[in-house]
Design a protein around this ligand. Sequence first.
Ligand code: RIB
Length: 342
Amino acid sequence: MVAPLSSGAMPRPHAAADRAADGLPHSVARVAVVGSLNMDVVLTLARVPQVGETVHAQGLRYVPGGKGGNQAVACARHGAQVQLFGSVGRDHHGNALRLALHGDGVDVEHVEVHEGLPTGSAVILVEPDGQNRICVVPGANARLTLPEDALLHALVQADFLLLQLEVPDAVIEQVLQAAHSAGCRVVLNPSPVRTLPSAWWPMVHTLVVNEVEAAAFSGLNVDSQQSAERAARALLAHGPQQVVVTLGAQGAVALCAAGSHQAAPVCSRHAARQVQVVDTTGAGDSFLGAMVTRLAEGCTLAEAVEWGIAAASLCIGVAGAQPSIPARAQVEALVQPATKLE
Ligand code: RIB
């Protein structure tokens, strides 16, 4: 049974938004990320093979990825201070991933290096329309363990924790409990989708799902903004305070629970941006990094979702996961274009 956040929660420093308003140092967003690190093996194909068929790929690339790593990079490129908890093998791919993350300014002190286990990998098939199919081989991600004290310390400092489902259930359970004790708001991206214990839902502050995940969790058909809003309302009843449903080319829907400022849940609908799709890999991760950083900075959910959509639209115009995650200035230029002088 989960106690309410106020009872027994640890004392917390000011949130980034309040730090800025009070003129305190460290108005920079602080985000902790727990998640997977994969080396993506990306095959570009004219079309994916059918059963029993062999086809030629046009190219093969090794690209840093993994939902945890991608979301950490997305937050860092938006200017957040990011502490990442993850796991790689003691091998070439593990070194390359840690180096890339460090190069992006992500704190990788708590990325553990496993002896005798390969770094996680993902085989990604990309067709000319930019749509992908992904098979993940967990490797060291399946053995992730978390240093309790360091995790709690990070969560007490963080404005938000970002979590996905490419790590073991025991880790997710531990992280949710720790975030609860630390009073840290959890943003859950439940991907790859699977059934979640009902006790987890109230420990999630913001749930971010795509249309497939929204349909799986709500049992409703999700193929439009209207149906996404219905699904978001059903998911809100499970316990989160905010639900965002992303719909690809159909934009997104965001729903905030009723609270002291609003008598009923507030829903906002957001259009997608028109772009030439090269590769959709990492679009969801770019969305999350931009959205969470802006939430930590004090934006409303609707504002933060606009940033997420802009980030995702830039990401899908470039191939690969981490190479395609945009920097803050690029996103800002889309969301707040400079006023043109006559
Ligand atoms: O979200 C995209 C990511 O999913 C890829 O980088 C791949 O590694 C898988 O984790």
